[in-house]
Design a protein around this ligand. Structure first.
Ligand code: PLP
Length: 426
């Protein structure tokens, strides 16, 4: 599959042309468990000496097709589908770090990630150190010998900060820890493929552009297979595995050791697996990913230009504009130099911003991105509500800031909708 272009892989990868039924579509396989051929067969599956289906918490044929498609899109050694983006992040961090360890992260994080890092993981003894900026030198200042990962979003929430991925890759190699990139905005590698710039692990909220229609939750962990775990820092991957009679995952699975670890320990113990039906919806979404994203990126530029010229707008945060601090990084790391999200800071007050949002008729007021409908989110009252004043300022969230995710409507209708909402705020 690697030789085909993205648009071809998004349709063909994971399809089995030899499927006995001849079906062109991938079947939804609604089963919880699988019959073993014999007790011996069952034992081999359980000790991981033979690959195969045991129980849908661990693997399912529909989900396997989806995982194969994702791995092919990224050019990765393997992918693991989970029930949400948040569970993908949790399983990734728990697979890399234990109590007493730390991970070092950029400050431009989705609010849910921020809370998981600063509250839930801290209660488990894993410290998440948030750097002052997304610059490599600011992250490096927080690294010590208990650091187990460098973490960043390829386009950070909600101001669309794009880190210098190549510099973060170099930093991770210098510190000998993996670079983990949340690539939700990168549309499964179509807009941005962090593995090309030094990332070792990618996590995604598949709920967004991959599904593309706002019909299911999903998360992904993708393993570039390009990190050498044999440096003594990861005994849970390169060491006797407690849950599998001392099996060493590096010896048994080579470059795929990390993604196997996430599946056989992460999914087994935490149980955050996707339903086969949701995997089917993701496969369906993937077939049109590039077309949808391209349309949305074009609409984003038009909408952002319209907003920039509007007298009631104080600032537009669109990476496609030269004045955006991440313009150069977006041009380097993102196809078309942009994703399908931008932010707008209105002139006026919290109250007038609320009135604008509540006056929109077409654009939906939700906490969502990557849907087929255009979405307007008010981070200060939603995704970033839990943050204190200092953290809000560090994340670039003000009371009049809005995040806009362009959908698939005709852009002129969206502009008309914004126009009538601006007219109502006086
Ligand atoms: C960048 C990013 N990462 C992770 C998540 C969490 O994903 P999910 O909502 O699928 O759990 C989100 C959700 O908005 C997100 O925007």
């Amino acid at each position: 599959m690697k030789n085909y272009r993205f648009e071809t892989r998004q349709i063909h990868a994971g399809l089995d042309p030899e499927a006995p039924t001849g079906a062109r579509g991938i079947a939804i396989c609604p089963t919880a468990a699988y019959r073993f051929r014999s007790c011996d067969h069952a034992a081999r599956l359980f000790e991981l000496s033979e690959a195969g289906n045991i129980y849908t918490r661990l693997q399912n044929p529909t989900t396997t097709a989806y995982e194969e498609r994702i791995a092919a899109l990224y050019g990765a050694v393997g992918a693991l589908a989970l029930s949400s983006g948040m569970s993908a992040i949790l399983v990734t961090v728990l697979s890399l770090a234990a109590a007493g360890d730390n991970i070092v992260a950029s400050p431009f994080l989705y609010g849910g990630t921020y809370n998981q890092f600063r509250i839930s993981l801290r209660r488990m003894g894993i410290e998440c150190r948030i750097a002052q900026s997304e610059r490599a030198e600011d992250l490096e200042a927080l690294v010590d010998d208990r650091t187990r990962a460098i973490y960043a979003e390829s386009m950070g929430n909600p101001t669309c900060a794009v880190p210098d991925l190549e510099a973060l890759g170099r930093l991770a190699r210098r510190c000998d820890v993996p670079l983990v990139v949340d690539n939700t905005f990168g549309a499964a590698g179509y807009l941005c493929n962090p593995f090309e710039w030094g990332a070792n692990i990618v996590v995604d909220s598949a709920t967004k552009w991959i599904n593309g229609h706002g019909t299911a939750m999903g998360g992904l962990i993708v393993d570039g297979g390009n990190y050498d775990w044999r440096n003594g820092k990861y005994p849970q991957i390169d060491g006797p595995s407690e849950g599998y009679h001392g099996l060493n995952l590096c010896d048994a699975f080579g470059a795929a050791a990390f993604i196997v670890k996430c599946r056989v320990d992460g999914l087994r113990d935490l149980g955050c697996c996707p339903s086969p039906f949701d995997s089917y919806l993701m496969l369906l979404g993937l077939e049109t990913l590039s077309l949808r994203v391209r349309h949305a990126v074009e609409s984003t530029r038009r909408l952002a230009e319209y907003c920039r010229s509007h007298p009631k707008v104080a600032r537009v945060g669109f990476v496609g504009f030269e004045e955006h601090p991440s313009h150069a990084n977006a041009a380097k790391y993102y196809r078309f130099g942009s994703s399908a999200v931008f932010s707008v800071e209105l002139k006026g007050t919290l109250e007038s911003t609320v009135r604008f949002v509540e006056s929109l008729r077409l654009a939906a007021h939700m906490t969502m991105i990557g849907d087929s409908v255009t979405v307007v989110t008010h981070p200060a009252s939603t995704t970033h509500k839990q943050l204190g004043e200092a953290d809000l300022a560090a994340a670039g969230v003000t009371p009049t800031l809005l995040r806009i995710s362009a959908g698939l409507e005709h852009v002129d209708d969206l502009i008309d909708d914004f126009e009538q909402a601006f007219a109502r705020i006086g």
